[in-house]
Design a protein around this ligand. Structure first.
Ligand code: B12
Ligand code: SF4
Length: 440
């Protein structure tokens, strides 16, 4: 056996069952470059990002490592079958597989559950000896240390003008639908600040002046974020990330985040219906306060992308349609919506699995635009129709112009506003083709 891994980040299937292909992938994930860096020194690595590249089916690597986010695991499953028929050893990992390891085990030779940092050396050792185990799993404890990701393996691909960096994993909150809560159970694991700065400096040396801080909630540990931003500021980079809206209650920290170069934050607002937030165990979000919170963040010079859910038990047609007015009158520049789906392992799934309300048990096929839960007020079909209605009405041309070039942000940040005009137009075109918006 040769000591070479081909790591593949699979794409997703579109509504016709065709793999989605793009000429460029703006947001590149960290998983594959990091896994390549975790290999023992005498192992080689090749990375394929399927969204923008053809799969090298004739690879000389003997081992194929497949990642998978959400329904991309469905694609990973098919790629695994093809490589196994060609005699390759297939290892699967990533967030979705980690939530359904028993299911994934049927499609590959080994499943890596959760974080791979403490497992790759053992996995490679077992591969070399021919003693591969069907499952590898280890819980991250305490601080997280990771080597410099193999950015060199992705920089020459057709990617955006920023690279991914990670400071921490997990989140202290316990939202009922969330895969991150399910994987980390309310824990937030941090990397040493200097190690994160090492990665950002390396990115800068590669000629990039932007990065995507891919953490799940950067404000999970405010003192840590403060220290991190103080170290990022002198580097003169710009960056974007995601976190809880509670950052707006910490004006000093918010200012520091902006001064360190943060230009966009994405917030999981989920709903403007208090009962729905309560039902999702997100009672620390107060929709009555959303307008103020969002204004505070944009006033600090940071643009807001948002994520909201359609199809919570307490949602009604009226409460969902009211969301359209809320979004249009808010400071959100890139609003996104998702049908609520029950991901195995989440509390939501546990609550629903025996009720007969899940209309499709094929968990690998759940996409953001497919409603699979009948709610007390709306059937899954009605939820799906509302999902598209909201998207169509939030992404009319007048609404797009209103939140971009006609908005006050155009005066202070014209370049960034034009970028978001482009993003909105891409989303609009995707919505018209019934593709759930995403810059893939
Ligand atoms: C950046 C990102 C993206 C980018 C880049 C995706 C890409 N193709 O690379 C974009 C915006 C395009 C994207 C798209 C999607 N994403 Co995304 N994304 C992320 C984000 C923010 C960071 C990913 C990352 O780099 N993580 C850091 C790395 C180091 O962690 P990791 O990938 O988990 O890898 C570790 C382990 O899982 C393991 N591992 C991972 N893969 C493998 C493979 C092998 C062989 C082995 C051994 C180990 C292993 O080792 C790594 C080191 O420990 C995560 C949130 C998160 N916390 O991860 C969401 C996240 C992964 N995405 C998610 C989803 C649902 C999607 C979409 C399906 C959404 C959609 N619109 O349809 C698509 C799928 C696109 C695709 N082709 O895969 C969900 C997945 C939930 C789930 N149950 O699986 C997450 C967790 C967000 C969330 N909070 O729900 N995403
Ligand atoms: S705040 Fe966000 S990342 Fe944290 S548990 Fe809730 S949904 Fe998940």
């Amino acid at each position: 056996m040769n000591k070479k891994f081909l790591f593949i980040q699979p794409t997703i299937y579109d509504e016709r069952g065709e793999p989605v292909k793009k000429s460029k992938l703006y947001f590149v994930g960290l998983g594959m470059p990091l896994l390549a860096a975790l290999l023992p020194p005498d192992w080689e690595a090749e990375i394929c990002i399927e969204t923008i590249e053809d799969i090298p089916w004739d690879t000389d690597a003997d081992v194929v490592g497949l990642g998978g986010m959400g329904h991309a695991a469905n694609r990973a499953k098919d790629i695994a079958a093809e490589f196994r028929s060609r005699g390759k050893i297939v290892v699967m990992g990533g967030p979705m597989v980690s939530l359904v390891p028993d299911l994934a085990a049927g499609y590959c030779d080994a499943v890596v559950v959760g974080d791979a940092e403490g497992l790759m050396a053992e996995l490679c050792h077992d591969l070399e000896r021919g003693t591969l185990q069907p499952r590898y799993a280890e819980k991250l404890k305490g601080e997280l240390n990771t080597p410099l990701p193999r950015y060199d393996l992705v920089v020459d691909k057709r990617i955006g003008d920023f690279l991914p960096v990670q400071a921490g994993r997990g989140c202290p909150h316990t939202c009922k639908f969330c895969s991150i809560y399910c994987l980390y159970r309310g824990h937030y694991v941090r990397r040493p600040v200097l190690e994160v700065i090492r990665d950002i400096t390396a990115i800068k040396e590669l000629g990039f002046d932007k990065f995507l801080l891919i953490d799940d909630n950067i404000v999970a540990h405010p003192a840590y974020l403060k220290e991190l931003c103080e170290q990022i500021r002198p580097l003169g980079m710009t960056w974007m990330s995601q976190c809880s809206i509670r950052i707006a209650d910490k004006p000093d920290l918010l200012r520091l985040v902006a001064e360190s170069g943060c230009r966009v934050l994405s917030f999981g607002l989920e709903s403007i219906n208090k009962d729905s937030l309560l039902a999702m165990n997100k009672k620390w979000c107060d929709p009555d306060d959303y307008a103020r919170v969002l204004r505070t963040v944009t006033d600090a010079g940071i643009e807001i992308a948002s994520e909201m859910i359609v199809g919570i038990d307490t949602d009604t047609r009226e409460s969902l349609l009211a969301t359209i007015d809320f979004v249009k009158s808010s400071d959100i520049v890139a609003p996104k919506f998702y049908c609520l789906t029950p991901i195995p392992g989440t509390d939501l799934y546990e609550e629903l699995k025996d009720t007969g309300r899940i209309t499709d048990p094929d968990v690998l096929s759940y996409t953001p635009s497919r409603a699979v839960i009948d709610t007390p007020n709306l059937t899954a079909t009605e939820v799906e129709a509302l999902f598209w209605e909201i998207y169509h009405r939030v992404y009319t041309l007048p609404a797009i112009l209103q939140r971009t070039v006609l908005h006050r942000r155009m005066r202070s940040r014209p370049g960034q506003t034009l970028f978001f005009l482009m993003v909105n137009l891409v989303y609009r075109s995707q919505i018209r083709r019934r593709i759930s918006p995403n810059i893939l």
